[in-house]
Structures are given as structure tokens and as C-alpha cells.
Design a protein around this ligand. Structure first.
Ligand code: CU
Length: 154
């Protein structure tokens, strides 16, 4: 095979690989995820309970914009454990990571348990608009008022 023909074959193979990856969507999805991850995060703070052990989320109603990146700082200043449970909301977000103490967890997250006097940062991008319920699933807590709503707009 002469050198020109060989070069043409290499170029053809590279172009074909690129075209196939675009058609298959891998490249688009990878670019979208990279762009989302680079967006500056909007800080949001939520406390699960308070020092007086009130069974509430502070604040109880959250609003996010779809397509924006958030860093949700969760803290539990109370003397008992609490859950941040919003499964339908979590199904419609892209979770980048949860940072808890010295551990960073990547991938889909559906529920967080915060023991007494702990904190966790959840970085995500909401993708699906809607109104979702938030609750603490420790027995008796939701019934006592530890519930809220998460609204995703846009
Ligand atoms: Cu609770």
C-alpha cells in the first residue's frame, strides 16, 4: 500500500470514529455533563432541625431553577438524626457529588441521613421542573411537621 493511500485511510478512520460517536450521542452527553460541572454553583443552606430539637426543615420550602448548578449545604444542629428525603426530586436531577466530612460520594443520590451535629454538601443540577415533597423519614418526624416542598422551575 502506498503512503498516500495509507494516510487517507487513517484520516477516514478518524473521521468515521468522530461521526459515529456524535451519532451515538456519547460526545454530546459528555460535553453537556462537562459544561454543567463547570457552571458556578449557587449556594443554598438548609438546617434539619435546630438546637432546640424542633422537628422542621429551615427553610421548609425550597426553589431551584432547572439547568442551574447548586451546592445544597445541609446541616443538622440538633441532638438527633434526621433524613433529607425527596426521592421524586432526586430522580429528576443530575447529582455531581455529595461531600460529607472527608468523603466525597459521586453518582446518583436519593436520600441523605444526617446524624446529630453533622453537615453534608450536595452538588447537583435539577433537570425536571415540578413540585416535589420533602420529608424526614425518621418515625414520627414527618407527622410532627418535618416536611417541606421542593419546587423546580424553568
Ligand atoms: Cu427528622
Amino acid at each position: 500500500m502506498n503512503i498516500l493511500l495509507r494516510r487517507a485511510l487513517v484520516v477516514f478512520t478518524v473521521v468515521l470514529t468522530f461521526v459515529l460517536s456524535v451519532i451515538c450521542g456519547d460526545t454530546d452527553a459528555a460535553i453537556a455533563a462537562t459544561n454543567l460541572a463547570k457552571q458556578p454553583a449557587v449556594d443554598v443552606y438548609v438546617a434539619l432541625g435546630n438546637e432546640a430539637d424542633a422537628l422542621k426543615f429551615f427553610p421548609a420550602n425550597l426553589q431551584f431553577e432547572s439547568g442551574r448548578r447548586y451546592n445544597l449545604h445541609l446541616s443538622n444542629p440538633s441532638s438527633q438524626k434526621h433524613y433529607f428525603t425527596a426521592k421524586d426530586f432526586a430522580d429528576g436531577i443530575w447529582s455531581q457529588k455529595v461531600d460529607a466530612g472527608n468523603v466525597e460520594i459521586k453518582g446518583a443520590i436519593h436520600e441523605l441521613e444526617l446524624r446529630a451535629n453533622t453537615e453534608a454538601d450536595w452538588v447537583f443540577v435539577p433537570l425536571r421542573s415540578g413540585t416535589y415533597s420533602l420529608r424526614c423519614t425518621v418515625p414520627g418526624h414527618a407527622e410532627a411537621g418535618m416536611v417541606g416542598t421542593i419546587e423546580v422551575v424553568g
